[in-house]
Design a protein. Structure first.
Length: 213
């Protein structure tokens, strides 16, 4: 949709509120900076998350935490050896600052005291714009998506939305679907008008734990 601009907190928050997200146009996510709004858009309505029988068994072996290892999650997502790596040091630093300001959050999956996978993104009201996820243990990134949906559903507030940018076959197994831009902006407006879950409303200084059951 546009190029240029910066990754300041004010720019990022305004972009997400208008349905845009940043990604460099150069190799490995390097500049120039692009602002994207895919059509169709990949979204997950939390109430439609799909959990297979095998994933449900795997969930019982993980512990899920929120905002206890944000920088480590971003580093896992930014691993240069990953196909399609795009998270540059500048991007990682920008989202680290958003996290410290209370806008960006991580959903982490742990096993045996070690970080097994997770995801991070930006929370605005009832919108969670998921930026990236990773895993070191099978099913850990899927567990993070399911945990995120559970967090958004836990208090019964309607209208929340997970924006995953693009639908992939992997994400489709979890219930991610494609919607056109008009439908996306309708969902976005509803999500922004909804309150966010309390676990994302607090500043990121306290340690939060979540037991997905």
């Amino acid at each position: 949709m546009a190029t240029g601009g910066d990754l300041s907190p004010a720019t990022l928050v305004a972009a997400y509120a208008h349905g845009l997200f940043p990604m460099g146009l150069g190799g490995g996510g390097r500049g120039p900076l692009g602002w994207w709004s895919p059509d169709p858009r990949g979204v997950l309505l939390p109430e439609r998350v799909h959990v297979s029988r095998s994933l449900r068994r795997a969930l019982r072996t993980f512990e899920v935490r929120v905002d206890t290892a944000f920088d480590e999650v971003v580093a896992g997502c930014a691993e240069p050896s990953r196909p399609g790596a795009w998270i540059t040091p500048e991007v990682a630093a920008a989202y680290g600052e958003l996290h410290r300001l209370g806008w960006a959050h991580s959903v982490e999956v742990w096993r045996g005291g070690e970080l097994a996978g997770g995801l991070y993104g930006v929370a605005l009201g009832g919108l969670f714009a998921a930026e990236s996820k990773f895993h070191r243990v099978r099913d850990a990134s899927k567990a993070a998506v399911v945990a995120l949906a559970d967090l958004l559903l836990a208090d019964g507030v309607a209208g929340r939305l997970v924006d995953v940018q693009w639908r992939t076959e992997h994400l489709a197994t979890l219930g991610v679907e494609e919607v056109g831009r008009p439908r996306y902006h309708h969902l976005l407006r509803s999500a922004l008008a909804s309150p966010g879950p309390e676990v994302f409303a607090a500043r990121p200084d306290p340690v939060h734990s979540y037991d997905g059951g």
